[in-house]
Design a protein around this ligand. Sequence first.
Ligand code: UTP
Length: 460
Amino acid sequence: MTEQELLRILQQYGQDHLADYYHTLPPRQKHDLLQKFIQFDIHLAFKVYKEFCLKKDSGHAIRAIEPPRVVTIPKNIEEQRKVEKARLAGEALIRQRKVAVLIVAGGQGSRLGYEGPKGTFRISPLIDKTLFQLFAEQVIALSRRYGVTIPLLIMTSLENDRETVQFFHAHSFFGLPPETVHFFQQGMLPTITPNGKLLLRNDGNFVVNPDGHGGSLKALHDSGLLKRLTEQGYEELFYCQVDNPLVKIADPVFLGLHAVTGADASTKVVRRQDIREKVGLYVYVNGRDAVVEYSDIGDDHMSAFDENGDILYWAGNTAIHIFSLAFIQRLTDHGFVLPYHCAQKSVEYIDHTGISCATDVWKFETFVFDAIPLAGRTCCMEVIREEEFAPVKNKEGNDSPETARKAMMGLHRNWLQKAGIDTDPDTKIEISPLFALDSIELQEKIKHMKFPEKKDIYIE
Ligand code: UTP
């Protein structure tokens, strides 16, 4: 982009304050600002901005809402048989090299208040392994179990890409073959004030935000990774978030159900703990499966009960999905189709006199679950919260490192108990994914092992 083009675009979008500022800069800084300007799609940002000014939220109004059809936790032998059948189908998919894994890790992690990419946060209860290490070890263990290499895709953002990639290099990819790990960056969008102004931070960068986890689908396409995976014969993408240390990566049962249903998009859900739990709801709405944010659904629906006194809309989204690559291709082929959402937040910026100020802004992003209603077929599977869902969102309180560590220890204590080993509740427990990925594997391997009583247990 040339200087003339930059100035023309700034004028087109009413950014005279930035054009004036640009003219005051020495040549080197002018060049820097131009380089920063081309890191985001200004035309897209103002297209979305205008939609929100006209209050034309590209999401659809909720009309008729019903509980969805869900494959629930097996309650009898017949249902258990179906699960076993699904497991075989899922295992076959992995063995046939049809499955790749995506971890979205481009978020800002502001609630956790941790400096650095969230995946580098130390979470395991005894060994202090990072989230990234736990996921990498699961992928290694799965690859060994099924005799294949599973591609691991990690989505970063402009803000944390370099640190994330360096982290993997510094830890020798935790034992993964480096050529099987693919980093790609999601898009950024400028954060815009309600009266349409772009802002600069005191380090000279524009105030921007990553374009939401839905941006993963767009970035997979734009980076060429989607095409590459498809050409290599991969068909399904297991999707999860960097903040859930309990996620069962490429769970064969989930993959099998997805395949048997012929689904384009599948989702794992957990039962909501109570009507106050703030989680996205998996529902059947306007004739399609969808995830609706708790803030969009209204109190009446959030607190509705069925005739048995159970929560009516009980299915909470875990953000664990499978998307078929062909479906992602359809969503991105002729322009990206997910709707943008607008969040209001407050940011710091520098005004034209160089003084640091705070102001309210609009942040635009897409949500990956908005792909679900666009799918031809969907599949939804209930899982046990204690076994699969303990997100690390907040510094303290619910969904914090403390609750996640507790959940990890609870799960592994339970595995040991199933293997006939009772542990002192005051001891800490951690089982490496490299030793066992599930309770059955643990039971097989642990038969002749002895553990000292009243001591913390790490099994690797
Ligand atoms: P959250 O919605 O919890 O956001 O992301 P966050 O950015 O991690 O945390 P807060 O809200 O600032 O505290 C859920 C998952 O989606 C990823 C995050 O990295 C996390 O794995 N994500 C979110 C992205 O990859 N990109 C985004 O733009 C937003």
